[in-house]
Design a protein around this ligand. Structure first.
Ligand SMILES: C[S@@+](CC[C@H](N)C(=O)[O-])C[C@H]1O[C@@H](n2cnc3c(N)ncnc32)[C@H](O)[C@@H]1O
Length: 230
C-alpha cells in the first residue's frame, strides 16, 4: 500500500464515537489511559508557558478534544480554539467543553494564535502536504508565537508496535524527530527545543520523576518539538 497517497487516509469520522475506547485499548500496555497522555501534553505546555498564560492557543487536529479539555483545566486563563477536519469528531466533543472553547472544522474561521499545538496529527498527513501544513500554521502564528508539535517516536519499538496494532493508525507514517525539526525550519521557524517524553509505564511510575532529565534520550515513546516565529 502506498501510504503516501490521499486515498489511503484514515477517515477519523468513522472513529469519532469510539476513539477514546480504541485508544485506551491500544495503549493498555502502558497501564495508562488516553487521559494520562492528554494530561501529560497539557502539563508540558504548562511548564513551557506558565500557569498564568493568558494568550491564544489553537489545538490543531484536536479530534474529540481530549487534550483541549486538559488545557482548559490546566491553563484556565488561556483563550482556546480547536480545529479538526473531522466533523464527526468535533460533533463528539463534550458539550460543556464546547461552551468554553471555540471548536470548528473550517480553517478560515481560525484566528491568529500565540501558541499552536499539533498533537499526534502529522503522522496522518501525507508526506507531500506536511511542509504545506506547517507553513499554513506558521502563517497563523503571532510574532514570537510558538508551534508545539507532539509526535510518536519511531525509535521506540513499543510505540511502533502500538501504532501497527491501532486501527486508526492504518495510514500512519511516523516522523523521526529530525524530520519534524526540518519541517519547522522549512517554515522559517526557529527551533527552540526537542524533548523526548513518556519513558515509564504505570508499573514503573516511581521513576517518572526522572523523565524531565531524560529529555535528551531518543527512546521516549513520544517527543515534542517547540519552534517560534521570529
Ligand atoms: C490521532 S488523532 C489526535 C487527536 C488529538 N490531537 C489528540 O491528541 O487527542 C489525529 C487527529 O488529526 C486529525 N487530522 C489528520 N489530518 C489532519 C489535517 N490535515 N488537518 C486537520 N486535522 C487533521 C484527525 O481528524 C484526527 O482527529
Amino acid at each position: 500500500m502506498d501510504k503516501a497517497s490521499n486515498e489511503d487516509r484514515v477517515d477519523f469520522d468513522r472513529y469519532a464515537t469510539n476513539y477514546r475506547e480504541l485508544h485506551d485499548r491500544n495503549i493498555s500496555a502502558s497501564g495508562e489511559t488516553s487521559e494520562y497522555f492528554a494530561r501529560y501534553k497539557a502539563r508540558y505546555l504548562v511548564r513551557l508557558l506558565g500557569t498564568g498564560f493568558a494568550g491564544r492557543i489553537l489545538d490543531y487536529g484536536c479530534g474529540i478534544g481530549l487534550v483541549t479539555a486538559e488545557l482548559s483545566t490546566f491553563l484556565p486563563l488561556a483563550r482556546l480554539e480547536a480545529f479538526d477536519e473531522s466533523k464527526a469528531s468535533i460533533a463528539n466533543v463534550k458539550p460543556e467543553l464546547k461552551r468554553k472553547v471555540h471548536f470548528c472544522t473550517d480553517f478560515s474561521e481560525v484566528g491568529a494564535a500565540d501558541v499552536i499545538l499539533v498533537a499526534n496529527v502529522l503522522h496522518h498527513v501525507v508526506l507531500p502536504e506536511r511542509q504545506l501544513l506547517i507553513n499554513r500554521l506558521s502563517a497563523k502564528l503571532a510574532t514570537s508565537g510558538r508551534l508545539v508539535i507532539f509526535e510518536h517516536n519511531p525509535k521506540n519499538p513499543l510505540t511502533v508496535a502500538a501504532v501497527r496494532d491501532c486501527s486508526f493508525d492504518e495510514d500512519a507514517v511516523l516522523l523521526q524527530s529530525g524530520e519534524t525539526v526540518s519541517l519547522c525550519a522549512g517554515a522559517g521557524l526557529k527551533v527552540l527545543r526537542r524533548d523526548y517524553i513518556v519513558f515509564f509505564p504505570r508499573q514503573l511510575s516511581w521513576l517518572r520523576a526522572l523523565e524531565p532529565s531524560l529529555r535528551w534520550l531518543p527512546i521516549g515513546a513520544q517527543y515534542a518539538v517547540v519552534a517560534s516565529k521570529p
